[in-house]
Design a protein around this ligand. Structure first.
Ligand code: MRU
Length: 349
């Protein structure tokens, strides 16, 4: 069984430190919101749904540490903790979505004793985690028929149990197809520069017994040309109203290659990954990370000291490359705008 990605236990948050996987299964014990914020920022926990859960638990921890007894002072401090957590990673909307949900719990209980509000916040954070696992299982169910017996699926980054509360989104669909005894194989890209594919995806799949081959990112085109890939299935960090998808850097390249080779390109994501406030992917903020991730992998310098570096962590795949988006409430097909509006509306009342 896969270890838990994140857990609330005895008023502490335990985060499986993904920076050390697969060599070590080590848990960070977080006593305050700032340690959780640091864990998100440094990718000890990563993947859009997982950082949403971590942010919610960070708020619950932060609330426990506030000693104010009147609502206004308490809420003022909580909003500043929200702000700290919001600054950690800009692209995945799930983080903002979870923070909004936590703020709403606070506001809805305004008249209550601060002690009661703290308990409500803890329960809400745990609910966000538990709901996420259920949502992922539904995504798996909705998407499983996109995978046929014998298919080889190319996936990018890590979208499995580690990137979520459990089970996974794109990898959840793969997992569900495997549970149905479809004879499938996975090709996982290593996913530079932080190697979520080679370190995390292959590790997860091996534990489940799902056949997986690891490739470097730029080998994908060759395998497609050789007809060794039947479909591409990836996750998302934010989806615009028109269906444009922000996901791990390199996703766009795979989508263009898939189109060139007539290979279906699918995205699997919970409805909390959709951003109804933005029309197209151009409005999605793309996180730029530190240059040392590229110049100094594993602590070893591999580039000249003064070289210029770009390190965008995500890219935007225009909706015209996406054949379908699998959500917990159904599969959305182009044109996406209408389906996105309907399913997002259903999920959010
Ligand atoms: O930088 P990361 O590791 O947080 O990026 C993760 C991804 O891009 C995933 O594909 C995405 O969050 C979907 S996870 C279910």
């Amino acid at each position: 069984m896969l270890p838990k990605t994140i857990e609330w236990k005895e008023n502490k948050v335990f985060i499986l430190d993904q920076r050390r996987l697969p060599e070590e299964e080590n848990y960070l014990e977080c006593h305050d919101a700032f340690t959780v914020a640091e864990a998100i920022k440094t990718l000890a926990i990563r993947g859009a749904p997982a950082i949403g859960i971590a942010a919610a638990m960070g708020i619950a921890l932060g609330a426990l540490g506030i000693d104010k007894r009147d609502f206004h002072s308490f809420y003022g401090e909580l909003l500043s903790i929200c702000d700290t957590l919001k600054q950690t990673r800009p692209t995945a909307i799930n983080l903002r979505w979870a923070l909004k949900r936590m703020r709403e719990v606070c506001e809805a209980n305004k008249g209550m004793d601060v002690g009661v509000i703290k308990e409500c916040l803890i329960q809400e954070a745990i609910a966000i985690l538990e709901e996420d696992v259920e949502i992922n299982k539904k995504i798996g169910e909705m998407g499983k028929d996109l995978i046929r017996n014998g298919d080889t699926i190319l996936t990018h980054c890590n979208t499995g149990a580690l990137a979520t509360g459990g089970y996974g989104t794109a990898l959840g669909v793969v997992r569900r197809a495997w549970e149905e005894r479809k004879g499938i194989k996975v090709v996982a890209t290593e996913t530079r520069p932080l190697f979520q594919g080679s370190r995390l995806t292959t590790w997860e799949l091996k534990q489940e017994g799902i056949p997986v081959s690891l490739i470097t990112d730029h080998m994908a085109g060759y395998l497609m040309q050789k007809e060794e890939i039947d479909l591409v299935m990836v996750g998302a960090d934010r989806i615009a109203r028109n269906g444009d998808v922000a996901n791990k850097i390199g996703t766009y390249t795979l989508a263009v290659l898939a189109r060139e080779h007539g290979i279906p390109f699918y995205v699997a994501a919970p409805l909390s990954t959709f951003d109804p406030t933005i029309k197209t992917g151009e409005e999605i903020p793309i996180e730029e990370r530190g240059e040392e991730e590229i110049t100094t992998p594993w602590g070893k310098r591999i580039a000249p000291e003064d070289v210029g570096v770009r390190n965008p962590a995500f890219d935007i795949t225009p909706h015209r490359y996406v054949m379908a988006i699998v959500t917990e409430k159904g599969v959305i097909r182009p044109p996406f705008e209408e389906g996105v509006r309907r399913l997002w509306g259903e999920a959010n009342g």
